[in-house]
Design a protein around this ligand. Structure first.
Ligand code: ATP
Ligand code: MN
Ligand code: MN
Length: 304
């Protein structure tokens, strides 16, 4: 049975396409970017963003009064959304809840109209929520870690993954760190996926305790990088590639080729203003092959 239901089938005939209201409302006060700028940004990147979020349970960060006023993280489908689909999923508490699912551009733009700034998908699809197809190692540097160390950490993690015959992909978070993303095809149950991610982070922290940490305690970070394996689990999310971030300068979570890493100065270097043009200039999209790769966790479960 298909788990995803379109939002309110009955009203399909009267659905209107999303329309932008309050276009001049300032969303990023530091750079003067308006709701129209956010709308235009998402319209420009929709062909890149949609494959990263379509069909997955999706959380959003909404900033109705701009990113310098309170924003909120929303997981559930709410009244008023006509174009966004929903999927009913059991939460940890055992209770069912309706999660947001975007299937097309109209749904994406409806969320933008509802002041969504950031998009955070699950690492699994609504139709198969227990099966992970993306592992995310989220590198969270402590306050005293130079960015060169974060770059080096990503390269080292890529090499260790290669030893497990796992190809990985790079993204700047648009915040402080880098994400190393491992596609799984066929997908893998979250139980095993989570065990892999945790085990990998633990092994790294044990081998090089001066560089890495595998516990979330912020006060322990300082000069170390937290290998945040907690993005991997049923219901966990990581920011989507091409999502804006509700942070100063309107940075973008952007996929990069590994060859682009050495000259990278910071993780929030790509912003709302330059990313659409940058995407048009790119001859090959750095993640073009991510969904064509066939690899799973069997190498790791052999050695574990
Ligand atoms: P940075 O590079 O600055 O670390 P990041 O996106 O990796 O940026 P993290 O704080 O490391 O940020 O990761 C937090 C992740 O946790 C978010 O990307 C989001 O998907 C998820 N998350 C879960 N619940 C929340 C919440 N209530 N508010 C914000 N994020 C949440
Ligand atoms: Mn992070
Ligand atoms: Mn994190």
């Amino acid at each position: 049975s298909k788990a995803v239901a379109t939002a309110d089938q009955a009203s399909a005939a009267v659905r209107t396409p999303p329309r932008l209201s309050s276009p001049t409302k300032v969303i990023f006060p530091d750079i003067g970017a308006t709701k129209k700028d956010v709308w235009d940004y998402y319209s420009a990147v929709v062909d890149h963003l949609l494959p990263e979020i379509a069909g997955r349970p999706l959380s959003i960060i909404r900033c109705p009064s701009g990113v310098e006023r309170p924003c909120f993280f929303q997981k559930h489908h709410t009244a008023g959304l006509e174009l966004v689909a929903s999927v009913r999923l059991k939460e940890d508490s055992g209770v069912n809840a309706h999660y947001l699912v975007v299937e097309d551009e109209a749904a994406l733009m409806e969320l933008v109209q509802f002041n969504a700034i950031e998009f955070h998908p699950w690492g699994s699809h609504a139709a198969e929520p227990d099966i992970a197809d993306r592992v995310v190692f989220d590198l969270d540097p402590g306050p005293d870690v130079p960015f060169a160390e974060v770059r080096k950490a990503a390269v080292d993690i890529r090499k260790l993954l290669e030893q497990l015959e796992l190809e990985s992909f790079l993204r700047v978070s648009g915040g402080k760190g880098l994400h190393v993303v491992v596609p799984l095809n066929p997908g893998c149950h979250w139980d095993l996926t989570k065990r892999f991610a945790h085990g990998f982070a633990d092994a790294l922290a044990r081998a090089q305790p001066d560089r890495f940490l595998a516990t979330a305690t912020k006060s322990l970070r300082n000069k170390r990088i937290f290998v945040d394996y907690l993005r991997n689990g049923r219901g966990a999310t990581a920011v989507a590639s091409y999502s804006l971030r509700g942070r100063p300068g309107a940075p973008v979570a952007l996929p990069l080729a590994w060859s682009e890493l050495s000259k990278l100065k910071r993780a929030d270097a790509f912003t709302i203003h330059e990313v659409p043009a940058l995407l048009r200039r790119r001859r090959k999209h750095p993640w073009a092959d991510i969904d064509r790769i066939t690899q799973d966790l069997s190498r790791w479960s052999d050695v574990e």
